[in-house]
Design a protein around this ligand. Structure first.
Ligand SMILES: *[C@@H]1O[C@H](CO)[C@@H](O)[C@H](O)[C@H]1NC(C)=O
Ligand SMILES: *[C@@H]1O[C@H](CO)[C@@H](O)[C@H](O)[C@H]1NC(C)=O
Ligand SMILES: *[C@@H]1O[C@H](CO)[C@@H](O)[C@H](O)[C@H]1NC(C)=O
Ligand SMILES: *[C@@H]1O[C@H](CO)[C@@H](O)[C@H](O)[C@H]1NC(C)=O
Ligand SMILES: *[C@@H]1O[C@H](CO)[C@@H](O)[C@H](O)[C@H]1NC(C)=O
Ligand SMILES: *[C@@H]1O[C@H](CO)[C@@H](O)[C@H](O)[C@H]1NC(C)=O
Ligand SMILES: *[C@@H]1O[C@H](CO)[C@@H](O)[C@H](O)[C@H]1NC(C)=O
Ligand SMILES: *[C@@H]1O[C@H](CO)[C@@H](O)[C@H](O)[C@H]1NC(C)=O
Ligand SMILES: *[C@@H]1O[C@H](CO)[C@@H](O)[C@H](O)[C@H]1NC(C)=O
Length: 535
């Protein structure tokens, strides 16, 4: 039931009471209700009454559509319909000649048609103030209308809504990290509780705020500064303290070549790594890393010098030569580089170097190395090449390789050394003159007298034969029996002496025993020979 539309009967009763009580000093006009609040377009009944002791002329002065719905002697009830705005109709009465009037205050209320949160900045830097605007259209009475800014369900601030059909209410907010991804909204409140009505709320659609932190400095780009043509290398781009790190975008490029970085986040840190392959073009190129977050970008540039530096050309006139051949070693650098050939006469800063030698056996297996140096972006780079020379010689079998006279004690431990030299490596064969037994090269333990003899060694290779005699002497003792004879003699004598002594002792004992036996026997014979004495 509309608040203005009070029951007509009760209104009539009130009007009657007012009319019956005479006003002080004659005619008085009164109205019921003196004040009404109704929804826009609604209707309200107003009863005008006069305190007159005889019938009076009563009326209601208004621009609103009115209709008399009831009346009595000194009262009239009018219905006002389609009330669109606030209005103050006036009740008047004429009692005798006295005229009086009183007005009724009709207040119209309505809910806002639109409550909107103006679009937010897409990205808002943390720790900066920004403005949120609530747009309210309609809504009355404005004195009772306020608007609130909500962060999620939390009321941040409340402001009154100024008069005017469409009003904007601005709120200043400090952006925080915690606000990232949070819904903000506006809510109006039409508070008619003081008028005996309720509290009416209308809300806007929510808008999500995105806040970010992108430090001004601290973007690092780690890369090689000088790179050889065709190399692949890893480049790192790092930035700390950015928020929300996961939403950062990274762009990396070397010159026109776009790279595909792998992006990793750890808390507020960002690490982007990318493989770069230098193209065939020499020169300085720009390596760029750009980090974009929110509406801001940080970038870092490094110069990368791409160079070409082939290893030097090292050549031997012939890689394999017979002994006493002249060999030429030559080293040539590529454009821009200088070379140093080991053992060659030093010529600083030369792009080529040469060395000649009369190849000897000692040069077999000798390494020749050449080092090329190139200056790139103030830094010296080196590349080396090494070649080995092979000298054909031999076979060699001299005192140093195979000593010709060995003299050893029998039973001792010795090592017999005999090794031929040569390129190609010669085959060695040593056989004893006479029986052709082979020479026991290596460890001998113990030396036996059978190895003694004169051996003929032959070292054989495609380059010829070398021969050498090896004499092995084994010393052993031939006077061993001379020592043994006296020893055996002494031992024999000792044994015989001992045996003789033992025999003599035994003999003596036997003699004594015999004497004892003889005595006993003689006694018994004596007894037998004596005649028996009669008892
Ligand atoms: C009209 O009203 C005035 C003041 O209210 C009063 O003094 C006067 O007597 C009244 N006249 C009549 C005719 O009632
Ligand atoms: C924010 O509002 C959108 C749209 O109404 C809703 O889908 C989303 O769930 C809300 N987010 C939060 C965190 O309340
Ligand atoms: C505003 O709120 C009231 C109730 O609080 C509701 O009846 C009305 O439809 C709402 N207006 C809009 C435009 O949503
Ligand atoms: C790039 O980062 C990776 C992983 O942290 C590390 O292993 C590598 O050494 C870094 N490279 C450079 C050039 O800094
Ligand atoms: C890169 O090279 C340019 C000239 O090509 C120079 O102006 C710039 O200072 C260099 N940048 C760095 C970081 O060395
Ligand atoms: C190389 O050296 C050997 C021995 O010294 C000598 O006989 C020979 O003539 C030299 N060869 C050359 C080409 O100088
Ligand atoms: C190459 O030679 C230079 C000079 O002789 C030396 O400093 C460098 O260590 C060598 N590099 C290699 C990889 O052998
Ligand atoms: C071999 O050596 C022994 C002792 O070392 C010596 O007596 C002998 O004369 C040497 N023989 C030869 C042929 O050199
Ligand atoms: C060298 O050895 C090869 C094969 O082992 C043999 O054919 C050749 O006759 C030997 N030469 C000499 C001179 O002993």
């Amino acid at each position: 039931m509309a608040p203005g539309a009070a029951h007509p009967a009760s209104l009539a009763l009130l009007a009657l009471l007012g009319a019956l009580l005479p006003g002080p000093g004659g005619a008085e006009t009164s109205v019921q209700p003196p004040k009404a609040i109704i929804p826009q377009g609604g209707s309200v009944r107003v009863t005008c009454s006069a305190s007159c002791d005889h019938p009076s002329i009563l009326g209601l002065e208004t621009e609103l559509t009115k209709k008399e719905v009831d009346h009595g002697e000194n009262w009239k009830t009018f219905e006002l319909t389609n009330v669109l705005s606030d209005s103050t109709p006036k009740c008047f009465s004429t009692c005798s000649e006295n005229q009086s009037s009183t007005s009724v205050s009709i207040i119209v209320y309505r809910f806002p048609e639109h409550v909107k949160l103006a679009p937010l900045p897409t990205w808002q830097p943390v720790d900066e103030h920004f403005i949120l605007t609530c747009q309210v259209s309609g809504g009355a009475p404005r004195a009772h209308l306020s608007v609130m800014l909500l962060r999620g369900e939390e009321v941040l601030e409340r402001q009154p809504v100024a008069k005017g059909e469409s009003t904007e209410v601005m709120f200043t907010v400090l952006a925080k990290r915690e606000d990232h991804g949070v819904n903000f909204s506006c809510r109006t409140e039409l508070d008619l509780r003081s008028e005996g009505l309720g509290l009416f709320q209308n809300s806007s659609a929510p808008r999500k705020l995105q806040t970010f932190v992108l430090p001004m400095t601290g973007l690092h780009l780690d890369t090689l500064r000088i790179v050889e043509v065709g190399t692949q290398w890893l480049v790192n781009c790092t930035l700390d303290g950015l928020f929300p790190a996961a939403e950062a975008e990274v762009h990396m490029a070397l010159g026109d070549q776009k790279l595909e970085p792998k992006i990793m986040n750890h808390g507020d840190s960002l690490l982007a790594t990318a493989w770069v392959k230098s193209n065939e073009e020499e020169g300085t190129q720009h390596l760029v890393c750009q980090v974009t977050l929110g509406d801001q970008t940080r970038s870092r540039l490094e110069n990368v010098t791409i160079y070409s530096f082939p290893a030097p050309d090292l050549t031997l006139s012939r890689p394999q030569v017979p002994e006493w051949t002249t060999v030429t070693v030559e080293c040539k650098a590529h454009a821009g580089a200088v070379v140093t050939l080991e053992d060659a006469p030093a010529r600083l800063g030369a792009p080529r170097a040469q060395l000649q030698l009369n190849a000897s056996a000692e040069d077999n297996g000798r390494s020749f190395s050449c080092s090329a140096a190139l200056e790139v972006a103030g830094q010296w780079l080196y590349k080396n090449r090494t070649l080995k020379l092979s000298v054909l010689y031999g076979p060699r079998l001299d005192e140093r390789d195979c000593p010709g006279n060995w003299t050893w004690q029998e039973g001792s431990q010795q090592t017999l050394r005999c090794q031929a030299r040569g390129n190609p490596f010669p085959k060695l064969k040593c056989s004893r003159k006479g029986d052709g037994a082979s020479l026991p090269i290596g460890d001998l333990r113990p030396v036996k007298r059978e190895v003694a003899g004169t051996y003929l060694c032959e070292a054989n290779s495609s380059r010829g034969v070398a021969k050498r005699e090896v004499v092995v002497n084994v010393i052993y003792h031939q006077n061993i029996p001379a020592i043994i004879v006296p020893v055996v003699a002494v031992i024999t004598l000792g044994a015989v002496g001992t045996a003789a002594y033992i025999y003599y002792r035994k003999l003596k004992k036997q003699k004594y025993e015999l004497q004892k036996a003889q005595k006993a026997w003689e006694e018994s014979v004596k007894k037998l020979n004596t005649p028996a004495t009669p008892p």
